[in-house]
Design a protein around this ligand. Structure first.
Ligand code: 4AD
Ligand code: MG
Length: 442
């Protein structure tokens, strides 16, 4: 009988019919002369296929290798109790062909890269590592997380925009700019799309984007990339408290939608068995309380002294504090001198800004956000304080001239969110092809 071509994920719905399935040989088990099992992988799932008698005695069968491509034909049947396979069923092959044979022996993929390989080998062979179950599971959850962010924003009436990656202004300071020659002028890869999102408010209302940001990070840490996916949003006519509420709402809303998706929920609990949805409200803590917390808990600098008000809290103490507290923290009101030029000051204390970092156990900072300066004179003073030439920012400055408004927003590092959700040791594993110090290949 004619076979229906199917993807593995639709196997259950097609049981009992003759089907045609194509994919890669994920596992191979030869059981005596008369039986060979193939676990076939097509990206949508895994399917156990059994070849018997003549079918497993051909030249192709006897020389079949892992990662070869094959097409199999036959009927999928539920397995009797006591036997296990993916989806609890198996395809009994009646005809098959090999489409492309992969190298075996010392050139086999599993010999070039495996669990015990050096990390640099894993990054060199990332194109092969992607085929492994864990790497593909992470990417599947990442896709669902991106969908969840979009559907959260769409549900709240935000418009998605696509700001440029090539820009001529810095947002987060000059030290991490990637500079390039742009028709004999200087240009940069954008560090954040925030300033562009701000220009959309009078046109589109609340907006968001999910695009790349680029930072020439010299430090080699497990949470810094040179290219990361930045989920940024900007909202008009809000207060600082509104901003905090919306952030919390978004982070929790996204978890709920990811967990509502069965395949993603299974992967989350497989990779992160102790995962618990964070309790609301998140702990809200001021920067000055964090400085005190570090002292009270004896968390010090390398030179043995304490962090003092006005100093940046680096990654290690930030994570030590977050892990000790053990729940998400909205860390608020950082001093002006350690934050970016565009941040609004706290009306009650002009040394502080209406700023927030969201800290998650295991990762630390996953979000940076703030209310923005809405007053033109204050903005001009801020450029001056940071020694920024205002001229390339003319379009940004115009926002304060043509109908200014209280507004604020945030940026969330997608890879850090995924690393937190799946308990990954490094954000690099949350990327398709991670870009970090010294690596722009493959
Ligand atoms: O705290 P950051 O630098 O804030 C901004 O860029 C703001 N302009 C965002 C805004 O308000 N629209 O970056 C925001 C987040 C960080 O909390 C972190 O999650 C992520 O972006 N991030 C990085 N992720 C990976 N590698 C890097 N080098 C990152 N730099 C920032
Ligand atoms: Mg930050």
């Amino acid at each position: 009988p004619k076979a229906t071509s199917i993807k593995i994920r639709n196997g259950v719905a097609n049981r009992g019919k003759r089907v045609k399935v194509s994919g890669w040989v994920h596992r191979l088990r030869v059981q005596g002369k008369n039986m060979t099992f193939i676990i076939l992988r097509d990206g949508t799932g895994y399917l156990q296929c059994v070849l018997t008698d003549n079918l497993c005695q051909t030249y192709d069968a006897l020389t079949l290798t892992l990662e070869s491509t094959v097409t199999v034909y036959g009927v999928i049947n539920e397995l009797p109790a006591g036997k296990t396979a993916a989806d609890n069923h198996e395809l009994t092959v009646d005809y098959w062909e090999c489409l492309g044979k992969a190298p075996g022996g010392e050139h086999a993929m599993s010999n070039k890269v495996n669990e015990n390989s050096d990390p640099s080998v894993k990054y060199d062979l990332r194109h092969l590592v992607l085929r492994e179950e864990k790497a593909s599971n992470i990417l599947k959850v990442r896709s669902e997380v991106m969908k969840a962010f979009r559907s959260y924003f769409d549900g709240e009436g935000y418009v998605e925009v696509t700001p440029p990656a090539l820009v001529q202004t810095s947002v987060e300071g000059g030290s991490t700019l990637f500079e390039l020659n742009y028709y004999n002028e200087k240009a940069y890869l954008t560090q954040s799309s925030q300033l562009y999102l701000e220009t959309c408010l009078p046109s589109l209302g609340d907006v968001y984007c999910l695009v790349g940001s680029y930072r020439a990070e010299k430090s080699h840490t497990r949470r810094h990339l040179s290219e990361f996916t930045h989920c940024e949003a900007e909202m008009a006519f809000i207060t600082f408290d509104d901003l905090l509420d919306r952030l919390e709402d978004m982070i929790c809303g996204v978890i709920d939608s990811v967990l509502a998706h069965k395949q993603s929920a299974d992967i989350v609990y497989k990779l992160n068995p102790n995962f618990k949805k964070p309790e609301r409200p998140f702990l809200r803590m001021d920067y000055s309380d964090a400085i005190q917390y570090l002292k009270d808990n004896d968390i010090k600098k390398e030179d043995g002294t304490f962090y003092e008000f006005g100093e940046d809290i680096p990654e290690a103490p930030e994570r030590a504090m977050t892990d000790k507290i053990g729940r998400p923290i909205l860390l608020c009101r950082f001093p002006v001198e350690i934050k970016s030029f565009y941040m609004k000051r706290c009306p009650e204390n002009l040394r502080l800004t209406e700023s927030v970092d969201v800290l998650m156990p295991g990762v630390g900072e996953i979000v940076g956000g703030s209310m923005r300066i809405s007053d033109l004179d204050e903005l001009m003073a801020a450029y001056k304080r940071e020694s920024l030439d205002p001229s390339p920012y003319y379009w940004f400055t115009d926002q304060r001239k043509y109908g200014t408004a209280e507004h604020g927003g945030f940026g969330l590092g997608l890879e850090r969110y995924v690393a937190w959700l799946l308990n990954l040791h490094t954000v690099r594993d949350a990327c398709l092809y991670p870009r970090f110090t010294g690596r722009a290949f493959p």
